[in-house]
Write a protein that binds this ligand. Structure first.
Ligand code: AHM
Ligand code: MG
Length: 322
C-alpha cells in the first residue's frame, strides 16, 4: 500500500486531477519541506484529488446529520459509542476516497483495519470528530491524513493533512507545503479563502479531560498559561484547533492520570493535526517530542496531544517533560 512517488508517477491519471499545482521539478524542489517528498507532481495531483473528494462529500455529510443523532447498538474499535452519523460519514468517505487512483488504503476510527484499495497513499479519517457534539448541536469536523507508508505509520510519512469544520459555515483547511483555508460550497466545490500561519501573539487555550484527571505537571502548566490566555474549549478537536490557528494559543488533550496516553488517536487525529499546526508555523508535542516523531504503535493507538504556538509548546515540554 505504501507508495514510492517515483515508482507511481506514470500510474496516476491526469483527467481527474487537473488542479494539481506543482508540475515542474523546479517547483517541487523549491517547495520541498521537512515533511518528506510531499511535493512531487504525483503527490500534488493525488493530494488535490483527495481534498477535492473530501470537499465534495462534506455537504453530504452535513446534510445527513439531522436524522442521524441516535446512538447505534455498537462500539468503535476504541470502545466508544457510535452514532448513525459516524457510520454514515465513514461510509461516504471510504467509498469516495478508495475510488481515487493513487489512494491505496483507507483507515478510520470507525473501522478495525485498513481497507485495501490497491497501490498508493494510505488515507486516514476521523469521519466525524467531536460527534458527541451532535446532540447539543455544536461544532464537529472531519480529519484527514495522507500517508506515504503502510499504517500504522510515524508522522514523518504524512505528506498532507486537512480537516473540514462543520461550523456556522463549512470550511476546509489543507496543509501540504503551506496551510490553506477554503470555503466549501453547497455543491461540494471549494473556494480558496486565505493562507494560514499561526498568529505571533497567542490568545486562547483549551485542554480536554476532567481537571481532577490531569497529572500534576499538566495542571501546573495550565495554571501558568491561564493568566495569559483566554479559555476556549468546544469539545471537538477540529473546532478547538481551528481557534488556535485563527487566534494563536494552545490546544491539548493531555495525558491523563487514568490514561497516560490521553484520548486522541495517533493515526487519525494526532499526526494529521500535528502536521497542520507545524506547517502553519507552530509546534506539536506528545509531552516530550514532536507528535510527528513519536513511534507508531497500533492503528487505533492513542497519544497525548499538545499543539500550538512554538513558545507555548516549548514551555509545555519544560513543565510536563520534567
Ligand atoms: P471523537 O473523535 O470520538 O469525537 O473523540 C475525539 C474528541 C475530540 O474532538 C475532542 O477534543 C475530545 O474528543 C473531546 O472529549 P471530551 O468529551 O472528553 O472533552
Ligand atoms: Mg476525533
Amino acid at each position: 500500500m505504501s507508495q514510492d512517488t517515483d515508482e507511481t508517477t506514470e500510474e496516476t491519471p491526469t483527467d481527474e486531477t487537473t488542479t494539481a499545482e506543482a508540475t515542474t521539478e523546479e517547483t517541487t524542489t523549491a517547495e520541498a519541506t521537512e515533511h518528506g517528498d510531499g511535493d512531487s507532481p504525483v503527490t500534488s495531483q493525488t493530494v488535490e484529488a483527495i481534498f477535492d473528494a473530501v470537499a465534495a462529500v462534506a455537504p453530504e455529510i452535513r446534510e445527513g446529520l439531522p436524522g442521524r443523532r441516535v446512538y447505534l447498538d455498537e462500539e468503535n474499535p476504541s470502545g466508544e459509542e457510535v452514532l448513525a452519523a459516524d457510520v454514515h460519514a465513514d461510509d461516504l468517505l471510504c467509498d469516495r476516497l478508495t475510488a481515487i487512483d493513487g489512494v491505496g488504503g483507507y483507515a478510520s476510527e470507525e473501522g478495525e483495519s485498513v481497507v485495501d484499495a490497491g497501490e498508493g497513499f494510505a488515507v486516514t479519517c476521523d469521519p466525524l470528530d467531536g460527534s458527541s457534539n451532535l446532540a447539543s448541536n455544536n461544532a464537529m469536523g472531519t480529519i484527514v491524513g495522507v500517508y506515504d507508508a503502510e499504517l500504522p505509520a510515524t508522522g514523518d510519512a504524512v505528506v498532507a493533512a486537512g480537516y473540514v469544520l462543520y461550523g456556522p459555515i463549512t470550511t476546509m483547511v489543507v496543509a501540504r507545503d503551506r496551510v490553506t483555508e477554503y470555503l466549501v460550497h453547497d455543491d461540494g466545490s471549494r473556494e480558496e479563502l486565505t493562507q494560514i500561519t499561526l498568529p505571533e501573539e497567542p490568545t486562547v487555550y483549551g485542554f480536554g479531560g476532567r481537571v481532577p484527571d490531569w497529572p500534576e505537571d499538566v495542571a501546573d502548566y495550565v495554571s501558568a498559561v491561564e493568566s495569559e490566555l483566554k479559555l476556549r474549549y468546544g469539545g471537538a478537536m477540529v473546532g478547538d484547533v481551528n481557534q488556535v490557528l485563527t487566534y494563536g494559543g494552545v490546544f491539548a488533550y493531555p495525558a491523563l492520570r487514568s490514561n497516560p496516553e490521553g484520548k486522541l488517536r495517533h493515526q487519525f487525529e494526532g499526526n494529521p493535526m500535528a502536521y497542520i499546526v507545524e506547517t502553519a508555523g507552530g509546534r506539536s508535542s506528545d509531552g516530550s517530542q514532536s507528535i510527528l516523531d513519536a513511534p507508531a504503535e497500533a492503528l487505533h493507538g492513542r497519544i497525548p496531544v499538545y499543539v500550538g504556538n512554538e513558545d507555548l509548546i516549548d514551555r509545555l515540554e519544560a513543565t510536563v517533560g520534567t
